[in-house]
Design a protein around this ligand. Structure first.
Ligand code: SF4
Length: 353
């Protein structure tokens, strides 16, 4: 069997940062309870590993004892949640991805300028709840073109759209096209709100899926960008399965399959991809081909709230960078050490720095 590994795949800069925040807190505050509001990133294994180290994930700040520490997850929170944390005298460490914060800031700016905002995204997603909370009176969520007739528009000339960061670029295009057809003067955000990591992982799958008989996406079902990768693959005509790890593989999926494309959502740890490769090579034999489609060198700094906490604990945050424990998507050494036949095909179409 030929296994094609999509590059890029897996952890993005926001996920590295959010995971490092919780890691740092465990080191800074040994023995103290650490609460995280929502799963730090949408991945079952990441959450389970942190639970095993004593981290408590909560869905309501009322579950956090007064005066404790709480981390806001990568998906961001609304001002109401921040205010609630203050009321409860919590020390809030904000692991919101800066690219989510960018959308929050756009929402605030456009709402202040008197715009109505059409937020293209999934109504029940935590990120959308957070963004919406910045200007609830100005924001309406659009999940599909079917929602357009129900929008309440005061002035079609004072209308802007923003999007959730992890949408399928295919779906977003359809919705935005329908919005523009209905509201020709609809303003666009200054730059795409769909983040670089979502876009690049989708680009890679869109480019490679036609060469595969099956696409395996490593990621959790509550991970928006992972689910979108399966959809992008299906749109490209190749059946896709979303799996948390190798234990979910079913033999019947591989009947008549000669080429498998492996990718991973932005919150899926790379060691799960390694385990999957080993499992497939053991079961079916074969070789690995790494396909480089897009290079990423994006890195975010530590949040200011974490740096403040470090200072209060006598740790100088100067020069501290986000730790990237993951080995990254390029696996030459690892494949070599396991004697797995492999090669790399460089089809790079661009880079994000
Ligand atoms: S997927 Fe995009 S928006 Fe979400 S954490 Fe990663 S970089 Fe940030």
């Amino acid at each position: 069997m030929k296994l094609i590994l999509a590059n890029p795949r897996g952890f993005c800069a926001g996920v590295y940062m959010a995971i490092d925040v919780v890691d740092q807190m465990l080191q800074l505050c040994p023995g103290e309870p650490i609460y995280v509001y929502h799963e730090i990133v949408h991945n079952r294994h990441v959450a389970e590993r942190f639970r095993g180290r004593g981290v408590k994930f909560i869905e309501d700040l009322d579950e956090v004892p007064q005066g404790s520490m709480v981390v806001f997850s990568a998906h961001g929170v609304s001002p109401a949640v921040r205010a609630q944390a203050e009321d409860r005298n919590l020390t809030a460490i904000d692991a919101t991805c800066p690219l989510v914060t960018k959308v929050h800031n756009e929402a605030i700016r456009y709402a202040k300028a008197g715009y109505q905002i059409l937020l293209v995204g999934h109504l029940n997603h935590q990120e959308v709840a957070g963004t919406r909370g910045e200007a609830p009176e100005a924001i309406q969520v659009v999940e599909s073109p079917a929602n357009i007739p129900n929008l309440v528009i005061k002035d079609p000339n004072k209308l802007v759209y923003l999007t959730q960061t992890t949408l399928s670029t295919d779906d977003a295009e359809v919705i935005i096209k329908a919005l523009k057809a209905t509201f020709p003067n609809l303003k666009e955000p200054p730059s795409s709100d769909i983040c670089y990591a979502t876009t690049n992982r989708q680009r890679a799958v869109r480019a490679i899926a036609p060469d595969a008989d099956l696409v395996l996406v490593v990621g959790s079902r509550n991970s928006s960008n992972s689910v979108r990768l399966t959809e992008i693959s299906q749109n490209a005509g190749t059946k896709a399965r979303l799996i948390d790890d190798k234990s979910e593989l079913r033999p019947e999926w591989f009947e008549g399959v000669k080429t498998v494309l492996i990718t991973a959502g932005a919150s899926a740890p790379e060691d799960l991809v390694h385990d999957l490769i080993v499992e497939l090579i053991e079961r079916y034999g074969g070789e690995v081909e790494q396909r480089d489609i897009y290079n990423e060198e994006v890195e975010f700094g530590l949040p200011g709230t974490l740096k403040d906490l470090m200072r209060t604990r006598g740790v100088d945050p100067a020069g501290r960078r986000v730790v990237r424990e993951d080995s990254g998507p390029k696996l030459h050494g690892w494949l070599e050490s396991r004697g797995i036949p492999h090669r790399t095909v460089d089809l790079t179409i661009g880079a994000t720095h």
